[in-house]
Design a protein around this ligand. Structure first.
Ligand SMILES: *[C@@H]1O[C@H](CO)[C@@H](O)[C@H](O)[C@H]1NC(C)=O
Ligand SMILES: *[C@@H]1O[C@H](CO)[C@@H](O)[C@H](O)[C@H]1NC(C)=O
Ligand SMILES: *[C@@H]1O[C@H](CO)[C@@H](O)[C@H](O)[C@H]1NC(C)=O
Ligand SMILES: *[C@@H]1O[C@H](CO)[C@@H](O)[C@H](O)[C@H]1NC(C)=O
Ligand SMILES: *[C@@H]1O[C@H](CO)[C@@H](O)[C@H](O)[C@H]1NC(C)=O
Length: 837
């Protein structure tokens, strides 16, 4: 029926082993059957594995035939291929299973020359009791060994591999492996690419390795992989070589955070990558693309491996990942996922067969929005064919002869696909790994942090030992100050006169913000740099050391989504901080009240994601455990590219041991955003920020203030009001009207769920900022997918050359009005009627 040509895997050819290879993680398989079929002697492999001779393995085989073929010492790719067994009738290898779960089956097929049996003509099928492995398979005159690698969750006590010759032909096998694989290799769920969502049920899917690639690096042989896998270089699949550059580090540099082990992929895989060539010059707006030919009648699990081996610092690399043109990960932020450079991360996707036109395409490219390094990387790819509805991995028929649904009628002749690659098979858990820094127990002792900059400054009774006319940080004359600041990492020192000039003598017209601490002025330095200058109210009370600590702390905080401190001035008892200037001002101004052009849903998502990243970094990042304490839409600022940055941070530090916090934290914050638990118990945790951020999310969704006293009583408090609608499942009723038709309902739902979780009554029930971030990214992905769907739909509708398949046509018919956002129409009936804005 289906005419699969052989899938050619190049073999792993190993030079004699010189030194002992020490795998960096050990795994001892509970079942480990390695058989060199037809061989009269056992075979020691260079990777340390020993294959049993035919004699030793006799008990595993039931066959009426005793035909062994061999070649003396011909140039075969591996000692395993000096011999083979030939089967004229149905034969079975059967193995006892000591522990159910994932197992590898590897079939080695290399048509050695034999005067009597021409192995290159052998055509046969292979299956287990449940899974079809090979259907009418033929190696033809392959000059490389074909290694078929399968990964199967074995449930019974025995596993059998049946070999069935086709009529007038015979079967053969050079070697067979049946080996336990780690349970953690594959989790039950991966991300489905289209429609976006979870894809459960992987633990009962059978897999066959199609590709296993070490991107940017050399061939990795079983010798360097504890699980005996091989990883092929990527060059043959790279679409445009000029666009890509290989990078590598020493494998020992690679770190494995909790949840990822070398069993997932050896450090050799993570130690090399391909990045964008010349990412930082010319026009950096391109993707790096890899194409892999596959059999289009199956679904595939695609596992992507990443480790940031290119950045010099955290939080510098954000990029997009696409599979088959669909967004797989928007703004992949390895820093927030692993909290470390050169740290292993991987993610699994399921690609539906229906969206594959005979190949899997993986692309990485820079994010469209502004700053950060314009770069993108990929360290490894695995592509695993998934068994179909009748548990076949080859052809459309199951073991019992049943036929896969949806196959047959419109099946195109399956193109012959010749892969030049190795064996290997399996897939992995899509678990996202997020490493959290533990806070040191004593960290709250390190200082009692001031709230000098807190906009709603609740009077403090710390007295300042004033040093009239002097400088808190020593003399700044004769350049000593600059030395002092650079050694303490305080950023740049500004003289008072310099700032006076920059702000035109503290011109009231230059005031861009007012708070309890004093004013914020827009200023322009000599070199034209625009800055925001915060000048402490000289009447405000502030300890010298606290000011100093504050500057020290703020200057250590460096993140793309935090407004950065440029410098300070403490001359003449002044307390002035100089920040980067954010030209688009607070997010709130773009949501309501200022009549600015309204933000699209995608922009709002990107802004919320940016702010969430900033907060996540504050909570967990370099300067550990800072609680913002005043998260609100006026403290999230936008730069000229609408990149969101959190401002007014560093106001307070957390105290994880609860007892002392009662004393020290007078409740601060802004009404409408205040965590009710914090208010009641006066115990500050980072979950208070999460609550406030939930309110920010609602503001973005509804475009109204957190508190609006002008409204009827039940509507005054946004959090309460919105959650009432959310519980009724009618959140769309209070959606910002300009978003109707723009927002994808699934995306909005995910977003609203994130907001709801943030607003949980008790801090412990609220997610961490990292989890919130993840949910928002997911919402963005849903929105992107919908936008793309919309665009595609429009393309299809245009009477262009693009002929539709029957299925696509019926989709269009079903979905006359909603521009391809099919998912949403039930949730959100009115959206469908408004065509793309
Ligand atoms: C494999 O490991 C050996 C030593 O453990 C090392 O010398 C060699 O470079 C590695 N090769 C590859 C391709 O991983
Ligand atoms: C294998 O499948 C069974 C159900 O058929 C499931 O209970 C088990 O968890 C699976 N094992 C693994 C390792 O996923
Ligand atoms: C990268 O690829 C994706 C998906 O194919 C596409 O949507 C995007 O426009 C590409 N980006 C660039 C800069 O070409
Ligand atoms: C693939 O997509 C089609 C329609 O898009 C759907 O009917 C089918 O269930 C999907 N298959 C898988 C394995 O998700
Ligand atoms: C789809 O819309 C067109 C024009 O708007 C209309 O003529 C047609 O009857 C509609 N089809 C369905 C199935 O609603």
């Amino acid at each position: 029926m289906s005419s699969f040509l052989p899938v050619l895997f190049c073999i792993f050819f190993l030079p004699p082993l010189s030194s002992s290879a020490i795998p960096s993680a050990s795994f001892s398989p509970s079942d480990n059957y390695l058989i060199d079929c037809g061989s009269s002697v056992k075979v020691d492999m260079p990777d340390g594995r020993v294959f049993k001779s035919d004699q030793e393995a006799a008990t595993f085989l039931s066959s009426q035939d005793e035909i062994k073929v061999s070649v003396p010492s011909a140039p075969v790719p591996s000692p395993l291929y000096l011999s083979a067994r030939v089967f004229l009738s149905d034969s079975t290898y059967s193995f006892h299973v000591t522990r159910p779960g994932w197992h590898w089956i590897r079939l080695h097929l290399y048509p050695i020359k034999d005067p009597k049996y021409d192995l290159a003509t052998a055509t046969f099928s292979a299956s287990t009791d449940e899974v079809v492995l090979l259907h009418s398979f033929n190696t033809e005159k392959s000059t490389v060994a074909v290694v078929k690698e399968y990964l199967i969750n074995v449930t019974g006590e025995r596993l059998s591999v049946h070999l069935t010759p086709m009529r007038n032909s015979f079967a053969f096998l050079n070697a067979i492996e049946f080996v336990s694989a780690p349970t953690t290799l594959i989790s039950d769920t991966a991300s489905n690419l289209s429609p976006v969502g979870d894809f459960p049920g992987l633990s009962t899917t059978a897999f066959q390795t199609a590709y296993r690639i070490n991107v940017g690096g050399p061939l990795i042989t079983p010798r360097n992989d504890t699980l005996g896998r091989s990883w092929e270089p990527d060059a043959a699949f790279l679409h445009s070589k000029e666009a890509a550059r290989s990078v590598s580090v020493a494998p020992s540099v690679i770190k494995y955070p909790d949840g990822v082990t070398p069993l997932i992929a050896p450090n050799w895989v993570y130690a090399s990558a391909v990045e964008m060539a010349d990412a930082n010059v010319a026009n950096p707006n391109f993707n790096v693309t890899w194409n892999f030919n596959v059999d289009p009648s199956f679904g595939y699990m695609v596992r992507l491996h990443f480790a940031d081996i290119v950045s010099k610092a955290l939080n510098d690399l954000y990029f997009n990942v696409y599979i088959n043109g669909k967004p797989a990960i928007s703004g992949l932020d390895l820093s927030s996922l692993t909290s470390d450079l050169a740290s292993a991360y991987y993610k699994d996707f399921v690609v539906n067969a229906s969206m594959i036109a005979g190949r899997v395409t993986v692309q990485v490219g820079p994010m469209s929005q502004g700053s950060g390094a314009a770069n993108a990387i990929l360290n490894g790819v695995e592509i695993l064919k998934m068994s179909n509805s009748v548990k076949s991995l080859d052809g459309e028929f199951g073991v019992d002869g049943s036929r896969a649904d949806g196959s047959g009628s419109n099946r195109k002749a399956v193109a012959a696909v010749g892969f030049a690659m190795m064996f290997g098979a399996f897939v992995g858990l899509g678990a996202m790994v997020m490493k959290w820094h533990k806070r040191p127990q004593d960290w709250e002792k390190r200082n009692s942090f001031s709230s000098w900059l807190l906009p709603l400054h609740a009077g403090h009774s710390t007295f300042m030992t004033s040093t009239k006319g002097g400088s808190f940080l020593g003399s700044h004359k004769s350049g000593y100050g600059n030395f002092y600041s650079s050694t303490l990492g305080l950023g740049r020192y500004f003289s008072f006169s310099e700032l006076q000039e920059a702000t035109k003598c503290w011109d009231q017209k230059a005031v861009v913000g007012v708070g309890g601490f004093g004013n914020v002025y827009m200023g322009e330095l000599d070199d034209g740099t625009k800055v925001a200058v915060k000048r402490g109210n000289p009447q405000s009370e502030q300890g010298i050391t606290e000011f100093q600590t504050e500057i020290q702390m703020l200057s250590k905080l460096r993140h793309r989504h935090l407004v950065s401190l440029i410098g300070y001035c403490d001359e003449n008892s002044e307390m002035i901080l100089v920040y980067e200037y954010m030209s688009n001002g607070p997010v709130r101004d773009h949501l309501y009240g200022k009549n600015l052009p309204s933000l699209s849903w995608k922009q709002r998502l990107e802004i919320c994601i940016g702010a969430a990243r900033g907060l996540h970094y504050l909570h967990t990042g370099a300067a550990q455990g800072i609680i913002h304490r005043d998260v609100k839409t006026t403290n999230i600022l936008l730069d000229e590219n609408f990149i969101a940055k959190v401002a007014d941070f560093g106001l307070s530090k957390n105290a994880p041991t609860m007892e002392q916090t009662h004393v020290s934290t007078a409740v601060k914050g802004s009404f409408g955003y205040l965590d009710p638990e914090y208010f009641r118990r006066q115990q500050l945790t980072d979950k208070s920020d999460v609550y406030s951020f939930g309110v920010v999310l609602l503001e973005a969704l509804c475009a109204r203030p957190a508190i609006n006293p002008a409204l009827p009583r039940e509507q005054v408090n946004l959090a309460e009001w919105a959650m009432q609608w959310k519980r009724k499942g009618m959140l769309e009723k209070i959606l910002d009207p300009v978003l109707v038709g723009d927002v994808n309902p699934e995306s909005m739902k995910k977003f609203a769920e994130a907001a709801e979780k943030c607003l949980a009554e008790h801090g412990v029930d609220r997610p961490s900022m990292g989890d919130v971030l993840w949910n928002l990214e997911y919402a963005l992905q849903l929105q992107d997918a919908a936008l793309q769907g919309k665009a595609e739909e429009e393309e299809k509708k245009a009477p262009a050359a693009n002929p539709l398949t029957a299925q696509e046509q019926s989709n269009v018919g079903d979905d006359n009005s909603s521009s391809g956002t099919a998912v949403g129409s039930e949730v959100f009936p009115q959206v469908g009627d408004i065509k793309g804005r």
